[in-house]
Design a protein around this ligand. Structure first.
Ligand SMILES: [Cu+2]
Length: 212
């Protein structure tokens, strides 16, 4: 009963016309990550992505609106006069495995890439196909320029393309479960931390009413 009240409150607070903001556990790099069709901008610097910026150097990109199938828009521009690139790699790819000669494609180690010549900003739109934490590299300087992209599990827990009360209840009913619980459902653990809690409920609430 407490969970039902909680979710009712969340729907009121963060419905489809809600503020679309929630302080995540990982820092984000721009307000544009706090709304549908998330977008971010990074400075390309040999010393690290967003070196010395308020986001922190080599940030993790995280958004409650980033889950499989959702388009993430990356913008980047060079601040040190060098040539860089912004590329997404499979989870766990190490700097030694990254090269400017990698061919990027949906089934490759490098998933997608945009070149960043010194004087021309680059943009890359990409939809990750799985819920995981991907690597964000400059292929020219993979040891220095290495961030991450956190992709949630879909708040559309039953796969009917609508985020609605069914999905909110699916999370609320297993609220408090962790991966050792007998009824644990990974599909309700949206942030993949092996416990179903307020963070997971909020991701559903923020997307409530959306077609995804
Ligand atoms: Cu670089």
């Amino acid at each position: 009963m407490r969970a039902i009240l909680l979710l009712a409150l969340l729907v009121l607070l963060a419905g489809p016309v809600g503020p679309y903001s929630f302080p995540g556990t990982l820092h984000s790099v721009s307000a544009a990550l706090s709304m549908p069709n998330p977008e971010y901008t990074l400075q390309a610097n040999f010393n690290g992505w967003n070196f010395s910026q308020s986001s922190g150097t080599n940030p993790t990109i995280v958004s409650s609106f980033l889950f499989p199938g959702q388009i993430l828009t990356a913008n980047a521009y060079v601040v040190d006069g060098l040539t860089h690139s912004l590329a997404y790699y499979q989870p766990g790819t190490q700097p030694l495995q990254v090269s400017q000669f990698d061919i990027c494609g949906p089934a490759n180690t490098c998933l997608a890439m945009v070149s960043l010549p010194p004087s021309t900003p680059g943009a890359l739109q990409f939809a990750f196909s799985s819920a995981s934490t991907f690597e964000l590299y400059c292929q020219f300087h993979p040891f220095q320029m290495h961030g991450k992209v956190f992709v949630y599990r879909s708040p559309d827990t039953n796969g009917d393309h609508a985020v609605n009360i069914i999905d909110l209840v699916a999370v609320a009913l297993v609220f408090g479960d962790n991966s050792t619980s007998s009824g644990f459902r990974p599909s309700s653990d949206l942030n993949r931390d092996n416990v179903v809690n307020i963070v997971d409920l909020v991701v559903v609430a923020l997307n409530f009413g959306r077609t995804v």
